[in-house]
Design a binder for this molecule. Structure first.
Ligand SMILES: [Zn+2]
Length: 186
């Protein structure tokens, strides 16, 4: 699901498995392959049930159960979305981040995209300062070892440097222009 917000470079996954992406993130990434790996990272958080584990730890099983029973999935998703965008209650741990990166790498290797593109995303995050990046870091910690681990994965899998067809930078530029066009058109 898309959140129309040009200030927040982020994406997150709720316990219900819904993935939210901010428009600022779509505009910040360099090419389609980077976006694919960021989404794969979020899919991995969903698949590994990271948000649900975190929510149960913080709120207690009973609270989560009662929300699930009385308010159904919608309530759970809303609560998680508030927690994510609010105090950073459900911040992913370093081990969750590493596991999500690992699965993202595996998922993308099955596709035509370059599987090392998380590195490009780290460059974007490192190159920027201010609230947009601070908000990203509030849910996805970015220790240096994430970069190092991605480089190790690329090396041990013998992944060659990317070609344009694996990055799809030109196609992505066209998509970004269409985003801006859609917005000014209402
Ligand atoms: Zn993450």
């Amino acid at each position: 699901m898309l959140i129309d917000d040009d200030e927040t470079i982020n994406a997150f996954c709720t316990p219900g498995g819904y993935i939210y992406v901010y428009t600022a993130l779509l505009k910040a990434v360099l090419n389609e392959a980077v976006l694919a790996s960021v989404l794969a990272h979020e899919i991995a958080h969903a698949e590994r049930r990271h948000a649900m584990k975190r929510m149960t730890t913080h709120l207690g099983v009973q609270t989560v159960m009662s929300i699930a029973l009385h308010n159904n999935q919608g309530g759970l998703t809303e609560l998680a979305a508030n927690a994510f965008t609010g105090a950073g209650l459900l911040m992913n741990s370093r081990s969750d981040e590493n596991e999500a990166d690992e699965y993202s790498f595996r998922y993308i290797r099955e596709t035509d995209w370059y599987p090392g593109d998380l590195l490009y995303f780290f460059e974007v995050v490192k190159g920027r300062k201010g609230t947009a990046v601070d908000r990203f870091l509030s849910t996805h910690p970015l220790p240096e070892d994430r970069i190092e681990n991605t480089q190790k994965r690329l090396a041990s899998a013998n992944i060659a440097p990317p070609t344009e067809s694996q990055l799809r930078t030109r196609e992505y530029e066209v998509f970004k222009r269409s985003l801006n066009g859609a917005k000014s058109g209402g």
